[in-house]
Design a protein around this ligand. Structure first.
Ligand code: MEV
Length: 433
């Protein structure tokens, strides 16, 4: 599904949610069931009750679609589930700027995850290392016996590494890494089972005791990379010349490179584009977040995950590489009807392709945030949606929200108290009329 999509849907924001669903379904060939799933209320209490413990109900979030994305020459409509205003609009806006110069180029590494087995009380760590590496084939066979379906899909355990820690707060330890090609699965369950299965073999080979046996969320072998090139013209806005905007964006990036306080917020802006796709497709956003921020610290100092520069032709160029442990089979990706619909809208054929979409959405969000911060500031764009949220929180009905929000913007008073006053006045007016 979803091949041959045109992601440049003009004025999608002008429609109501039902019309937008129809438009997206027409564009992507989504089935009626999948289209209905976008409207919400589809997970159901019974299914939810089997997903986690002590379920008391369901929690809803807005489901939006980012437009304008071209990645590796193909158009994508990108599903985003998120509560924060301006994220969908910002990503779509940046994707539109990128579209003029061919869109994003993305690549992904092999979907290899790392499982860790901690060994303590090892009498001779050098001899243990040699013994463990000498049993690599047996270890891989034992691991693969745990997940024949992964092996059948062309994946499975690939190799073993040994790391020695001569000191820790508790004394020396060894850590064995099992490298597993997870193909289209995120792979946490399979990797954890494999680690547990090979732990007794590792104890026998090392003479030590296995403690933790668990996947690492620093999936630094499973990265995805996005690149983009933006013309200065596309950045011209509100009377600020595009070349000047590029200069300001490069200063914004430099700030995030040198200062961890700024890098944290800058990287949050990147995750603003990635997390909503992870959530929409039923993937594990905590795993992706943990991996991304550890990756951002890999030099020993927390810094910007993205890299921006001006090329010899005066174009603004951006690059982002991050670990992206995502799957399109297993877990909630297939259990949750809205996650299934999100994957259908994307039409991705592999987990690697989904990772490419995520990293492009992250780079787009980063660009949108930096452009806004370096020019008019982010508040202007936020104001109208923010005002609508305040109006809703003050108790305005759907038909009242636009009026109350506009009154707050006009009086530059976007506050709960103002919303309540305007709401009371509006209702008073209607009663008297
Ligand atoms: C807000 O959610 C994200 C930003 O703070 C990101 C940034 O500062 O780059 C606007």
């Amino acid at each position: 599904m979803a091949s041959g999509v045109n992601s440049r849907i003009e004025g999608l924001y002008r429609h109501n949610p039902e019309e937008r669903r129809r438009r997206i379904a027409d564009e992507t060939g989504l089935t009626a069931t999948a289209t209905d799933a976008l409207a919400g209320c589809v997970l159901g209490q019974e299914r939810a009750d089997k997903m986690i413990e002590n379920v008391v109900g369901l929690y809803e979030l807005p489901f939006g679609i980012a437009t304008n994305f071209t990645i590796n020459g193909r158009d994508y409509l990108i599903p985003m589930v998120v509560e924060e205003p301006s994220i969908v609009a910002g990503a779509s806006y940046a994707a539109r700027m990128a579209r003029a110069t061919g869109g994003f180029i993305a690549t992904h590494a092999e979907p290899v995850m790392i499982g860790q087995i901690q060994l303590i009380e090892v009498p001779d760590s050098r001899a243990a290392e040699a013994a463990i590496l000498g049993q690599t084939i047996e270890l891989i066979e034992r691991a693969n016996a745990q997940s024949m379906s992964m092996v059948a899909r062309g994946g499975g355990a690939r190799s073993v590494e040994v790391h020695r820690f001569d000191s820790s707060p508790m004394g020396p330890m060894m850590v064995v890494h099992l490298l597993v090609d997870c193909r289209d699965a995120m792979g946490a369950n399979a990797v954890n089972s494999m680690c547990e299965a090979i732990a007794p073999l590792l104890e026998a080979a090392s003479g030590g005791r296995a403690m933790l046996r668990i996947l690492s969320n620093l999936a630094d072998k499973r990265t995805a990379t996005a690149r983009v090139r933006i013309a200065a013209d596309a950045l011209t806005r509100d009377g600020i010349d595009g070349h000047e905007v590029i200069e300001r964006i490069l200063w914004a990036h430099a700030f995030a490179v040198v200062d961890p306080y700024r890098a944290t917020t800058h990287n949050k802006g990147i995750m603003n584009g990635i997390d909503p796709v992870i959530v929409a497709t039923g993937n594990d956003w905590r795993a992706v977040e943990a991996g991304a921020h550890a990756w951002a610290s890999r030099s020993g100092r927390y810094t910007s995950m993205s890299h921006w520069y001006r090329d010899a032709h005066g174009f603004l160029c951006g690059e982002l590489t991050i670990p992206l442990a995502v799957g399109i089979v297993g877990g909630a990706t297939r259990v949750h009807p809205a996650a299934r619909a999100a994957l259908d809208i994307l039409g991705v054929r592999s987990a690697g392709e989904l990772a490419e979409v995520c990293v492009c959405a992250g780079l787009a969000s980063n660009l949108a945030a930096m452009r806004a911060l370096a020019t008019e500031g982010i508040q202007r764009g936020h104001m109208s949606l923010h005002a609508r949220q305040i109006a809703l929180a003050a108790g305005a009905e759907a038909t009242e929200v636009a009026t109350i929000a506009q009154q707050m913007i006009d009086t530059a008073s976007i506050k709960p108290a103002a919303a309540e006053q305007f709401l009371a006045a509006l209702r008073n007016c209607l009663t008297e009329a």
